[in-house]
Each structure stands twice: as structure tokens, then as C-alpha cells.
Design a protein around this ligand. Sequence first.
Ligand SMILES: [Mn+2]
Length: 407
Amino acid sequence: MVKILHLSDIHLGSSFSHGRINPETGLNTRLEDFKATLGRCIDRAISEPVDLVLFGGDAFPDATPAPYVKQAFAAQFRRLVDAEIPTVLLVGNHDQHSQGQGGASLGIYRTLGVPGFVVGDGLETHTIHTRNGAIQVITLPWLTRSTLLTRPETEGLSLEAVNQLLIDRLTVALEGEIRRLNPELPTVLLGHLMADKANLGAERFLAVGKGFNIPLSLLTRSCFEYVALGHVHKHQNLNRTNDPPVIYPGSIERVDFSEEKEDKGFVLIELEKGQVKWEFCALPVRAFCTIKVDLSKTDDPQQILIKAIQKHQIEEAVVRLIYQLRSDQLDLINTAELHHLLSSAHTYTIQPELVSQLARPRLPELDGGSSIDPLEALKTYLTSREDLRLIQSEMMEAAQMLLAGEK
Ligand SMILES: [Mn+2]
């Protein structure tokens, strides 16, 4: 029985805008959060102890993190070297670098010959000898079009046809690896990819480099005991029948507000040939909290706001207060009181949004019907805005050019 810890999407060095500088260390508190959480994953790997650690990719926000961020990552993974736990570091889209071969941020671990460390930057099968037997790990790093196709091959093809060609290439290449597997040994596919059917999180907005979706059927092969994925930040199992489990552990910390409601953690696995058990282990990460209130229809916006804030657990959380109001209500908001009420949060932002006059047309000429020509609509609007009179003709000109498709 081989015991594995599978974690992914560390993104060490991101989310800084949700933190503040810790005066004692001079570091952004979100870096400290991420470091502590990564530390908890490594603690668990060592205390179990596991026989193997699989990292599913996206170590940093990009391939050239600041030295102190790289060092924080290395300091944690170094502990696995000391504990003699073999580790596979897979290259995600955020780890790739466009300069030369093997330029990924994780390549340094191979260059230095870190004992027990494997860097997965190509489609390749690694046989790893653990304390509890050997295991095969097929690494499938983030693939870009240029990895699999040359430019002449894609010339004149539609995006869909290119994607199909990519999937065909990958199918053949993966089949080649599968046929060379030792059938006696348990096997894990470790991939950084967007599988079809995966629920998206923040990675949608963080996308670096263009990718393509991989059909689930390519991954649910009976020769794999477990499919370890990275890239999608929301933890999920894509194969409910668990034959094999196809698991995104998700990011270990909340990277942004789109992950506010997601549990964060890693996955512990026990497997042998033909058998697998897995368990998601949640991590105690910092809470994110959105407080959103529409004040535009109330007479006492300040009281409503105060009540809304008091309803939420904001202590030490990353908070954003979003309220919508009319411009004539602006004077009814006591911002100093809001700052005071939010002061127990770890960090907070206050985002007032004026209810747009455009959303509810006030100009009778613009009411009723979508038949109006966009330029006519803009002209009508501009005539009603005394403050925009000086740039009226320039705006009309720009709009005409935009509509004509010029830059
Ligand atoms: Mn990714």
C-alpha cells in the first residue's frame, strides 16, 4: 500500500491585494497565510508519513517569482527531502516560461539534482521507488498548441479543428506511455489540465497561455489507479464511480473572492494495484466575506448598512463591502463609522456603486423600444449632459469610428 499526498495550485505570491504588510516581518500577510498553509500540507506529509507527494502544478503566479517567494516555496519542499519523501513537481501554465526548453520555474529542482525530486515538464512515465513499493507516475504538464503542433499544420484550420488535432495527438502520445507501463505496478496520471466537465473557479481569470479542454474519457482509463489533477481551483472528483477517481484537490488557499465559498485542502490517497482510497482534507484557511447591499430603495441607508455588516463574521476575514445607492443618498452615508465597524477584519475594501442613471432611462426620448439607432441614442444622451458638452463632438466621432470597426 502506497500512501500519497496530492496537493495543487499553491500560487505562492498571489492574493497580495487582500493582505497588508506585517510590520514585524515586512512581508505581505497573504504570503504568510500561503506559507503557513503550504507548511500544514508538508506537516501532514511528514507526520503520516506519506510515501510520495504529488504536486499538480501552478507553484507561483508566474514563472519568475521574486526571490523571497521562491525561497519560501523551496523552504517547505526542502522538508520533504530531509524526510526522504519522493516528490513530483508538475509544471502548470503559471510555471511555464516562453524562453527556451525546460525554462519553467520548477526546472531548478532538476538542475540542482534535488534528491527524490522529479520535475514533470513533459509527457513521460516515471517509476518511483517508495518505502512501500514502486509506483508509476505519468506526468502530463500544461500543454500549449505549440507543444504538439507546428504552425504549418494548423494553417487555415478552424479553432475547433485545431483543438481536435491536439486531442488526437495527445491521445496517441498518451497511448504510447500507457502501452509501455509495467502492468504489475500501480499507476497514477498526474496532469495539469482543464478537463471537460470541470467546474471553474478563479483559474478562468488567471489564465496564462491558451489551453484546450481534455475530454474526461481520455483520463478515465482502467490502467490508472488514480488521476491526480491540477489547474481548477475548486476541489472536485470528476468521476463519481471512482474507477479511477479523477481529482482536483483545488488551490490550497483562496486566491481571490471567486473562491470565497470553496473549501480548501489537499487529498490523501492509499493505493495498490487495482485498489484505491482517497480522502479530501480541509485546511483552516482565512475566510473571505462579501457583504453586498442594495440601498437605493431605502430611506435609512446607514442603518441598513450597519445591520448588514453586523450579520457577518468579519473577524480576521478578508472583507469587501459593496453597496449600491443613488447619488442623492451619498450624504446619508457615514464612512468613518463604516471604517470603524470593519476594523476587526483582516483587510477590507468599501465599494460604493452609484445606481446608474443609464440602467433606468430617465430621458423620455430613450424610453420604450430598442429600435433607436445607437448614434441617435448617444446624441440624445449627450444633449442631456451639460457636463459633457465640451467633448460631445469628440465622443460622437469616436462612437462612429467604433461602430465602423476602426481603431
Ligand atoms: Mn493552472
